[in-house]
Design a protein around this ligand. Structure first.
Ligand code: GDP
Ligand code: MG
Length: 166
């Protein structure tokens, strides 16, 4: 049996970087400019002994324009509905933002399984952000560095018991 994991969160937190690391091919576009990836992307992921489908959600630019924000919400909701598990990613260096709270609310309403991840936490850079993440009320955050490949075994350990249900 297998399951589908959707990587969700606001633009520029490192969703596509994590997707690429899980899929092992550069299927998703990563760019220094936030908002380059504009669609949902699906790939076959491997993490330790786990095999699953992973969805990378759109990284639309932090929208000032209502329709873009609406589209980001819609795409996130679509990904959540396709997925068995959601990995909600925040930027540990930036800390918890207002947009993060919006995403947390969407996930609380729509997703049965949410795993919180604090990315960009390589070295000691993300320590404050990691602590702040608890305020989202989604449990203990997994400390990640998608770029440097840190925390991947912790992520596997959190996914493992969930994976057994599918
Ligand atoms: P997305 O918009 O959420 O898909 O974010 P991207 O994956 O496109 O990454 C946005 C930026 O954050 C890029 O410049 C990445 O190189 C950078 N980034 C991603 N993961 C990490 C990480 O673990 N540590 C650091 N320092 N930067 C990261
Ligand atoms: Mg992206």
């Amino acid at each position: 049996m297998s399951f589908t994991l959707a990587i969700v969160g606001r633009p520029n937190v490192g969703k596509s970087t994590l997707f690429n690391r899980l899929v092992g091919k550069r299927l998703a576009l990563v760019d220094d400019q936030p908002g380059v990836t504009r669609d949902l992307r699906e790939g076959a992921a491997r993490l330790g002994h786990l095999k699953f489908t992973v969805i990378d959600t759109a990284g639309l630019e932090e929208a000032t324009d209502e329709s873009l924000q609406g589209r980001m919400r819609k795409l996130t909701e679509r990904a959540v509905d396709m997925a068995d598990v959601c990995l909600f990613v925040i930027d540990a260096r930036a800390g918890v933002t207002a947009s993060d709270h919006v995403f947390a609310e969407i996930l609380r309403r729509r997703s049965a399984h949410v795993i919180l991840a604090a990315n960009k936490a390589e070295g000691r850079a993300g320590e404050a952000g990691l602590l702040e993440a608890y305020e989202l009320g989604l449990g203990e955050p997994v400390r990640l560095s998608a770029e440097h490949g840190e925390g991947m075994s912790d992520l596997a350990a959190v996914l493992d018991p969930i994976a057994e249900r599918f």
